[in-house]
Design a protein around this ligand. Sequence first.
Ligand code: ADP
Length: 546
Amino acid sequence: MTDMDQALAALKQYFGYESFRPGQAGMVKAILEGRDCLGVMPTGAGKSICYQIPATLLDGITIVVSPLVSLMRDQVDGLEDAGIHAHFVNSTQTPDEQAQALAQAAQGRCKLLYVAPERLNAPRFVAFAAQARIDLLAVDEAHCVSQWGQDFRPAYLGIGDFIASLPVRPRVAAFTATATERVRRDIVSMLDLRDPYQAVTGFDRPNLFFDVVKLETKAKDRWVTSYAKEHGQESGIVYCATRKETEALAAELNQAGIPAASYHGGMAPAARDDAQAAFVNDEVQVVVATNAFGMGIDKSNVRYVIHHNMPESIEAYYQEAGRAGRDGEPARCTLLWNEADIVTRRRLLDMDSGNDQLTGEEAEVVRASRRRLLNTMIGYCRTTDCLHAYMLRYFGEEMENGAAAQVNSQADEQAKSGCGNCSNCLSTFSTVDVSDLARAISRCVHDVGQRFGSGKIVQVLAGSKSQDLLSRGLDRCPSYGALENVGAARIRDVLNQMASDGYLTITEGRLPLVQFGPKAGETVSPDFHYEIKQVRRAEPKGAARA
Ligand code: ADP
């Protein structure tokens, strides 16, 4: 029997699966041949099998480094149920229990040993590792080693030293769902992977309907509530930007009769566990969470993931949205956004002093990289192309019919072919020339001396008769009523888009003011041309209907 015959037999014996999924066989083979590996596969693609199967076939122990202490017990229980001996050592155990687990492993009585990265340099663990026969080191969530990602864990930097300290170097297999080239390079260099076999797979999730909806901030809660109501029997996750928002929206959903829990990092661990358990056991339909929710949550029947706000990168978005439809059934991933979100995101990014361990110069490099990530996220919101294709292109995989999803935005109202499973491919777009509006907004900002917020500017341009406006004499400014036939919502939209495009800036503070941005000068040029995208939405067919 070849190695791969044995691997297939083990897959069937322990897990009852008939065949490997894309990417798995290559990884298993490479590990069995003694090579280092890097597996880049989205959540749910089946990374664990890639090291668990070799672990059953190798003579020595497989150490699995994982940041998810709370899940180790479940993983170990699952393996034991399958008939594979496994242990974990972590801080939830008493020193006695830890010693026992290590003793069992040292005697070769287990195949896999799960540890948190912090554990690797604990004296007891170092002593164990010096004696044990370690054939494979599997590093889960390996992107945590990169300071470019948002999940950077300093303890991951110690993994390289740990490997170097071992009497015999095991093969090292790293796994992540984060696919950018930069993070991939970091993993290879920080973990010192040697000529690693790399598998990047499974980023197409054809069962997910991707949906981008531009909405004013105050309309978002209503949208979520009515969606959840129409999908009362389905499980969903709503991601919000702040803890406060999660609580407010969960309360609103409960009030509307939809059982919902909130989840965020500020809650006590027990309350968080309760919320998670209630969701996993279908006691609540919806969990409204910050991005603290989700790493390692195994719930396959999540039918929708709604983002109440734009995430900071496509990776973050894909990872969070990808928690929908892990059972392969149709599921919907909706991103609610508006131009004001972008302004806020950019401001937060510029204010973030970053990691304390970085010098000023390094922090600026990190910020620049984050700005690039954010810009591709913004591109996702604004594109009229197929959303599946946009994402796949980003992850470096081209979709077969991606080209077909190209949209001529000026074209008529004809429905497009495309993937047929994203809001762009089901909607039609037109672009509207708003150059005159943008010029008028710019002039108004000038007229009021850059001393007012967006609300007042919209009122002035719309010619509002509000008492407050009149008492400040703003009705006497030259732009008063200049856009009275346009409608406040449109003015606000263009203003926000100008702010996110750099023609205007919105200051920080309790009462943000609209001022000129770095590109303000261009609006007075005779060549100035400015457009916004107008969407005519269509709804998906079939089960994922809104
Ligand atoms: P990841 O770690 O990539 O998020 P998991 O390893 O948790 O994914 O696997 C996700 C699910 O897919 C699990 O329920 C697992 O049992 C299942 N799975 C993995 N590999 C296979 C396979 N070859 N055939 C069928 N199911 C699989």
